[in-house]
Design a protein around this ligand. Sequence first.
Ligand code: TNX
Length: 755
Amino acid sequence: MKCKKLYGIMLGAFLLSGHVFAASKASVNIIPKPNQVVVGEGYFVFSNGMTISAPAGSRSKALLVQKLQAAAGIGLKDVAGSKASVELSIRKAPELGTEGYRLLVTKKEIKLDAATENGLYYGVQSLLQLLPPQIESGQKVEANWQVPCVSISDTPRFSYRGIMLDCSRHFSTVDEIKKMLDAFALYKINKFHWHLTDDQGWRIEIKRYPKLTQIGSVRVEEGKPYGGFYTQEQAKEIIQYATDRNIEVIPEIEMPGHGMAALAAYPEYSCTGGPFKQPRITWGVEDDVFCAGNDATYTFLQNILDEVCTLFPSKYVHVGGDECPKVRWQNCPKCQSVMKANGLKTEMELQSYFTKRMEKYLESKGKRLFGWDEILEGGIAPSATIMSWRGEQGGIEAANAGHDVVMTPGGYVYLDHYQGDMLCEKVKIGGLSTLQNVYGYDPIPKAIADDKAFHVLGLQGNMWQEYMFEPNQIEFQIFPRVTAIAEVGWTKKENKNLDSFIQRIDNQQIRWDYHSLNYYIPMPEGNMNYIQFTDKVTLPFTTNRPVKVVYTLDGSDPTATSAVYSEPLTVDRSVTLKLRSVLPQGTLSPVRAIELTKTVPYKGLAKVDGLNKGMKMRYVKDGDYTSVNQLEAVAQWKDTIVTSINDFFKFKKKEQSGGAAILDGYIYVEKDGDYTLHCLADQFYLNGKLLIVNDKMKKNAKSDITVPLTAGYFPIKIVFLNRQYQGVVSEWMDARPTVRPVSNTNRDLPTVVYY
Ligand code: TNX
């Protein structure tokens, strides 16, 4: 009580001294925005030899001291008690909860109070964000090592503010994870959901079942082995590292679906008994799942959970539960007899039965079960906590039924989605979730009753890593969106403000440079990456938040001093236009290159007699063709007529690669003009000219091209290889050609083809 009073007196003196109404206030760039901030006048200036006091062994103090020493070369001396220039104290302060803090900065001293060490840690993170961004430097740099006078009292809106990393699909090293944890901690992220197993890789050492990592952690893709796993010692190292940063590590062991990596090692726990060649090398969902009718499967999984429960101190263990196809269970005598014996009417109910057994087991170990929202189907396990990913509905239902939920709806917080126009980023799974979109998310949908809202523990950004072919793409996807997740999770709804948030990002970006993070910078958006034009073309560009754009027309990569884009660019010759965004501190975005070619319009035929709807298709069903040249070796083609390229797949099993097709036909355009052509086949020809090439990845319209066409019919040819590349199969791509006026952005615009 006494302490609270002392703080009250301090704050009163701070307010009375006229700080509050000062004309020029320093800007406070803290993310997530603290819930109560009063900015005063003047600064506290750090200098060598100042004193610091803190509870014994405080890691918050250690962090502050280390940062000041490294970046500023300023050493703080330890003293005991309240005479210190910087005083960190743990006090009885129930109103601050387990994570809140109070920070008072005057010209003379800094006082930081919290009820817990975790609260102090967040106070120090806020204090570090009040310092110049150079404080994140690992080496001594010049800066004004001062903090604006401020009074902050801050507690989070939600107790769960998480990020999930999918280390199964693509592996991150221990150091890469630590680097990300360091950066998450800046933003008071407090949960790391570690997706450790999936169809494509088993990543955690289980001593009782060594084949899980010997076999389950390696897949051979395009002839090369890909893999990695964490030993239990390494997992401990990560857990400790996270704990030191107020981050709880929640492990996920996927079941009963997404288990192919484990089944490749132990096929006896599947319905069919296998054998399976290796972990799955295609993204997507595997039909072979753990057999839910075999007691030995339960024992196997429980033995695994046993080691997981011992290794991870977290109260929660995530057992997945998403996307579990039921076809094997439908045809499995064991599964069917368990259903019969337990009066389960559907396979959904069998999944529910499975989950409830796991829940009981985890309970016996003192743990609670987390699951994706599919575990609601067929009846939810009584004490389960739900992660709502297929939109918000699962979360709404679960909360209204009295279950705790964490909101992770795909449309808002999927970190594998694009952050802007897909033509300006490396290939992704798809989807769009801008920074602004993430920021606008409210984890408590209206459909959750007021008296049930407390069941929403918070939110989580999910970093699914199928398309993270290069490790630094993971950071690119997470930053800056993690800051929006952090602010949604921490800052009360009424204190959020998008404009202020966007402004505060500038300061954070400088910090990320010191952390060597590869973060997303808004790109110059607009236009295709391939453009053919007649006389001249005028190209407007935009960015999805205010940022300077520079460009060159001589083929060189733009630098910070290249020409600045200020109005639409007009080009009248064949060139490569290269554009880049530049942040205020000079950091440059990746380069966007646009190939501009001057040409005469492609002439349409006024009339072609006897046309029917569809295309002529020459095809081979089998043969492994990875490049178009290999088709020269095809001895015998078959001929047929199809309505769509997708008809090719009538000859194949689901997701089976092999074979190729060459299609001939016509498309029709009504009026002269500029048109965008789109086709996700390997090659697309118009009037005999090769206009689109999708070698490597056939995805996301990267090769769409704008061309001038005169009205009429155009012969087209499409070359299509049914191949797999980096986990992506051709079958998933809708390879139908489309032609659309340049102003129309709908690349799925139906286009009729004729033969
Ligand atoms: C669905 S979200 C999945 C993941 C994929 C993700 C890709 C969830 C519980 N399951 O297996 O990686 O989509 O966005």
